[in-house]
Design a protein around this ligand. Structure first.
Ligand code: ZN
Length: 304
């Protein structure tokens, strides 16, 4: 091979190295995790969301393409609760065999965890299952703004390690982003203050972190699990609450079938709202949490 081609090949190889060093391959299990990390990324970073758009994470299972994405990742972000337990075994395997940064929300120090309230997680006791998933907690812990901030801080460290050249820039973006999240948190707190005492029902207990943080008056859930249909007994007691006007709103969810819920409120004065616990990752977490707050406000304040 002549000298010219050798040099050409070498520079092409160098270019490839530079490119792969700049772009981080990031895999997140569910859309709200993308919302949390989005403001720290550049257009070169490649993000894969495992959960199919519009699907509930409850009862989801991975395809071979999902496992492949995990094997190729530089950084993997997951919740580590019952909500993405379908990914944990593969994540642990990848961790053992590849150099990868793994960020798991339930492993972050001082993250807020709320026990119980979600039947598919068995007995309500905190324990790790075979795939080291933290069970017994309510699994939707990304719906707490403080938890999102903690996730952002830990992810930022992982991204800085992966993309050393950009580390300083990432650190600056992180500061700005966390300040934005704190401001949004304060704004939501003020916004929801007037509707704190308005009683309502949810479809399944996905929102306890949000409700606890902002002091909302959730009177219960139609389902204890996201999978099963409500039994007759449960339906009767929910119907009682609706008929006695003990609740002003019931909230359906876009990812789950709401036939039972809409049937229950037919002919009553109870308002029907929608709460989306996931989003599709197109909003950042500040926008996403703000839109969730608006969803509460619209129904609870009677604007609908
Ligand atoms: Zn759930």
């Amino acid at each position: 091979m002549n000298n010219f081609f050798q040099r050409l090949l070498l520079s092409a190889a160098l270019l490839l190295m530079i490119q792969s060093a700049e772009a981080a391959r990031i895999v997140v299990t569910i859309p709200p995790l993308l919302s949390a990390i989005k403001p720290l990324l550049t257009s070169e970073d490649q993000v894969t969301v495992l959960l199919t758009r519009g699907q509930s994470p409850h009862g989801f299972s991975m395809k071979p393409s999902h496992a492949l994405a995990l094997q190729r990742a530089d950084i993997i972000v997951s919740v580590g609760s019952g909500v993405d337990q379908w990914a944990q075994k593969t994540i642990h395997n990848v961790e053992r065999t590849h150099p990868v940064e793994v960020v798991t929300m339930t492993d972050i120090p001082n993250v807020t965890l709320i026990e119980g309230g979600h039947d598919e997680h068995h007995d309500g006791e905190l324990h790790h299952d075979d795939d080291e998933v933290l069970m017994g907690i309510n699994p939707h812990l990304w719906l707490d703004m403080d938890n999102i901030e903690k996730l952002v801080a830990v992810f930022s460290q992982a991204l800085q390690k992966t993309d050393v050249a950009q580390a300083q820039e990432i650190a600056v973006k992180t500061k700005t982003w966390i300040a934005k999240l704190k401001a949004t948190d304060n704004h939501i707190q003020q916004q929801l203050e007037p509707v704190k005492k308005v009683p309502y029902l949810v479809f399944h207990n996905a929102f306890v972190y949000f409700e606890k943080r902002y002091g909302l008056d959730n009177k219960g859930a139609l389902h204890n699990s996201a999978e099963r249909k409500a039994g007759v007994k449960r339906l009767v007691s929910v119907d009682d609450m609706i008929q006695n006007n003990q609740v002003k709103c019931v909230f359906q969810e876009p990812q789950l079938s709401n036939k039972q819920l809409t049937g229950l409120i037919k002919g009553s004065k109870v308002r029907l709202g929608t709460l989306d616990p996931l989003g599709d990752g197109s909003m950042d977490s500040a926008q996403f949490m703000q839109s969730l707050a608006n969803q509460y406000l619209n129904c609870l304040a009677g604007k609908k």
